[in-house]
Design a protein around this ligand. Structure first.
Ligand SMILES: NC(=O)c1ccc[n+]([C@@H]2O[C@H](COP(=O)([O-])OP(=O)(O)OC[C@H]3O[C@@H](n4cnc5c(N)ncnc54)[C@H](O)[C@@H]3O)[C@@H](O)[C@H]2O)c1
Length: 378
């Protein structure tokens, strides 16, 4: 099948933006026609190393008609401005997770997409969906192999102490120290995974936190919360940025269903309702090393060319980000917080979340336009 390369522009050329740039080059499915960063030194390096011709350090990037699709890799608190400009200019977007760093920004970004061309393909960078082990667990859960899922755990335990040295040479600031919310920047990864595997959405959250292991951060570095889903399912997510250890060998993931259990990358499946002690065995798919940027990018580019939704469309990513932002507010206010849910437009806004069973929510993954659920936003 011939595939006309998608003409991509990349905003933000730090660690992550450069990783995306390399994978676009190796994908053979896109041409990086332009890059944008406020740091001109970085632009020059990219021009020399990758031969990108158009270098921007301001908003003229978004007016460039040569750019069909924009990849946004600015810091967590700096996604909204480039996102709104790209969407309003009619570009497809892959925006890194978390969608934004405040609840108000999430709502504004979703509202902008609701006003935009419904054919735009907006992918949120919840990359765990492209890890083959998690994709297999998702497939098994969707087929019903785990039965009715009622409890899940996923943690983001990542030693990010070295970020204390990452001062931005242009602003003199360090957004990881000043703005980062571990539950949002890190914890929304496992929450997104738990939402994707269970096919359910969060409606309430509470939690607690402390600030011991990474004192250079302005915000708490250890945040733990309990999410309750629409049908009563519970999920626990912990986000720790200062553990004294190297990266754990595999992500902490646990899923409990009435017919099976997942423990990291092993699974126990009952052979009958009477089989209460099935053994754990490998999920049967190899672990991958590093971030699966390439399949994530390929999915977005294919979605654009084939006019089909990406694996993590905007409303879905917005729900994962918004629930963790609500969790941070719940922690701060020492209370339980209700979480609104964005729904794909095709299912209608009037429906109460309880009416959406597993199948309907899964089907919602296939829709890329959004509609706000009538839930109360506190
Ligand atoms: N999916 C993943 O697994 C994963 C992994 C790492 C980082 N990330 C995400 O990627 C994003 C970037 O992270 P990073 O570590 O590369 O950050 P970084 O601070 O290293 O890089 C950000 C870059 O964006 C530029 N920039 C910031 N605001 C800009 C603006 N308004 N216009 C133009 N340029 C601007 C900065 O000059 C810098 O070069 C974050 O949202 C982060 O959470 C995702």
């Amino acid at each position: 099948m011939s595939f006309k390369p998608v003409r991509v522009g990349i905003v933000g050329l730090g660690h992550n933006g450069l990783a995306h740039l390399r994978e676009h080059v190796s994908s053979g499915m896109s041409e990086v026609v332009a890059v944008c960063d406020r740091n001109r030194d970085v632009l020059q390096k990219v021009s020399v190393e990758f031969g990108v011709r158009k270098l921007y350090s301001d908003d003229r990037f978004f007016d460039d008609p040569d750019i069909e699709a924009v990849s946004i890799n600015t810091g967590d608190n700096d996604h909204k401005a480039p996102f709104l400009k790209a969407v309003r200019a009619g570009k497809h977007v892959l925006v890194e997770k978390p969608l934004a760093n405040s609840e108000a920004d999430v709502h504004e970004m979703v509202a902008a997409v609701e006003q935009a061309d419904p054919k735009l393909k907006i992918q949120v960078g919840y990359i765990l969906r492209f890890n083959p082990v998690f994709a297999e667990i998702h497939r098994l859960a969707a087929e019903g192999a785990l039965g009715n899922i009622y409890y899940l755990e996923g943690d983001y335990i990542h030693n990010l102490l070295s970020q204390a040295k990452q001062t931005d040479p242009v602003t003199g600031k360090n957004w990881y120290l000043d703005e980062e919310l571990p539950l949002v920047g890190g914890g929304s990864h496992p929450l997104d995974l738990l939402r994707w595997i269970s096919g359910k959405d969060v409606t309430r959250v509470c939690g607690c936190a402390n600030h011991v292991a990474f004192p250079e951060m302005k915000n708490d570095d250890c945040q733990v919360c309990l999410f309750q889903f629409e049908d009563g399912t519970i999920a626990k997510v912990a986000a720790l940025y200062g553990p004294r250890c190297t990266m754990l060998p595999f992500y902490n993931l646990r899923v409990y269903g009435t017919a099976g259990t997942v423990e990291r990358d092993t699974i126990a499946l009952s052979s009958s309702p009477e089989d209460h002690h099935p053994p754990f065995q490998s999920v049967g798919v190899d672990r991958v090393k590093g971030h699966p940027y390439l399949p994530e990018i390929q999915d977005w580019l294919t979605a654009i060319r084939e006019d089909r939704p990406p694996r993590c469309p905007l409303h879905d990513g917005a729900n994962s980000t918004l629930a963790t932002l609500a969790a941070v507010r719940a922690i701060r206010d020492r209370t339980e917080v209700a979480v609104p849910v964005f729904r794909a437009r095709r299912f209608g806004v009037a429906a109460d979340s309880a009416r959406f069973g597993l199948a309907a929510v899964r089907s919602a993954e296939d829709a890329d336009d959004v509609e706000r659920h009538a839930g109360q936003f506190q």
